[in-house]
Write a protein that binds this ligand. Structure first.
Ligand SMILES: *Cc1c(COP(=O)(O)O)cnc(C)c1O
Length: 354
């Protein structure tokens, strides 16, 4: 760090994204991307696009995409905020609603604590139960802005809409932000509750179930006053945070729901199949409703398993933090990729017990 950096940022430790390797051809199961391409409708928009239009700024209000999103999610455009990946919405939410402090789980998306530190937000860290499930009672009347990933990452476990509603209802004086990055892989969305509660914000992304991690598109659904708060911060930071190409392919992706439903079904099937095989090898695997598995072997530590898999050309994610050090998080790829993973795990375990 230079001697010029504002001292308030000196102790910040940035979020560490999963590796994006260049060169070696890994089976890449480390950052929860989809193994399937974006929908044909999306690729067609890219092919047909007049790239010379990129000389023009995008619509800062993202009007067309907000209309499409409102239609797709049964709401109105004024209740939709569009942003550069859902990380953008989460950042603005910490900025906007962090005055009340924030409450989130000890094991959850790593960016929450980074955003909290960035914006000087006081944190109440709520431990998950021993089985890694969230106890909704822990958040009832907690008196802080609540951040819940549902399904949670990296555990894959989810709460029901009823449990989310209990948390929202019991915190009328605070915003509850539900991060639904993985909801399409087997959980139920709390989106429709935004009609009833003025303190609920649901954050979603096109990165995972819509195969568009590289396009950087996210959105939030909430009642208008909360959306206006996010807009205030967006227009004070970067009004053009969503580029023209991404606005267009986002709208095209919403037209391709049957394609994406099929991708999700395939991923859910591959998840169940791989989980069974890993369990048959003696691993503990959480009951994931996301596009990843969270797994531990009684024979090999998480860091060791991660390294041994990498040496065999399979990239997974390991988090060197309390309670989850023994685990690896494995993105669900195609059946062929998962078979390669399972074979590699089998080899590693056999070597270990020989
Ligand atoms: C991947 C992820 C996000 C962010 O995704 P974007 O690519 O920024 O939309 C948000 N929350 C969780 C829990 C995630 O895993």
């Amino acid at each position: 760090m230079s001697r010029f950096l504002n001292r308030k940022y000196a102790s910040l430790s940035a979020y560490t994204p999963g590796e994006q390797p260049r060169g070696t051809d890994y089976i890449k199961l480390n950052t929860n991307e989809s193994p399937y391409a974006p929908a044909p409708e999306v690729l067609e928009v890219i092919d047909r696009r007049r790239m010379s239009d990129l000389r023009l700024y995008p619509d800062p209000e993202c009007r067309l995409l907000r209309q499409s999103l409102a239609r797709a999610y049964g709401t109105v455009p004024q209740r939709v905020f569009v942003c550069n990946g859902s990380d953008d919405a989460l950042n603005f939410a910490f900025m906007a609603f962090g005055g009340a402090g924030a409450a989130f789980a000890d094991i959850t998306y790593g960016f929450y604590s980074v955003f909290a530190a960035l914006h000087g937000v006081e944190c109440t860290i709520v431990p998950l139960r021993d089985d890694f499930s969230v106890d909704p009672a822990d958040y009832c009347g907690v008196g802080r802005t609540v951040f819940i990933a549902n399904p949670n990452a990296p555990t894959g476990l989810c709460l029901s809409v009823g449990q989310i509603e209990r948390i929202v209802e019991s915190n009328p004086g605070n915003v509850v932000v539900v991060d639904e990055a993985y909801v399409d892989f087997g959980a139920r969305s709390a989106c429709s509750l935004t009609d009833k509660y003025d303190n609920l914000m649901v954050v979603r992304t096109f990165s995972k179930s819509r195969s568009l991690a590289g396009a950087r598109l996210g959105f939030a659904v909430a009642q208008e006053p909360l959306i206006r708060d996010l807009e205030l911060l967006k227009y004070s930071t970067n009004p053009y945070n969503v580029n023209r190409l991404t606005l267009d392919i986002g709208a095209a992706a919403l037209q391709a729901q049957p394609y994406y439903d099929d991708c999700c079904r395939r991923i859910i099937n591959s998840r169940q199949r791989a989980a069974e095989r890993l369990r048959a090898l003696g691993m503990s695997v959480t009951d994931s409703c996301a596009n990843f598995l969270f797994a531990r072997s009684p024979a090999v530590g998480g860091a060791e398993l991660y390294a041994a898999l990498k040496a065999r050309g399979v990239l997974v994610r390991h988090f060197d933090s309390d309670r989850i050090r023994d685990y690896v998080r494995i993105t669900v790829g195609t059946d062929a990729q998962m078979d390669a993973l399972v074979s590699a795990v089998k080899e590693i375990l056999e070597e270990k017990t020989r």
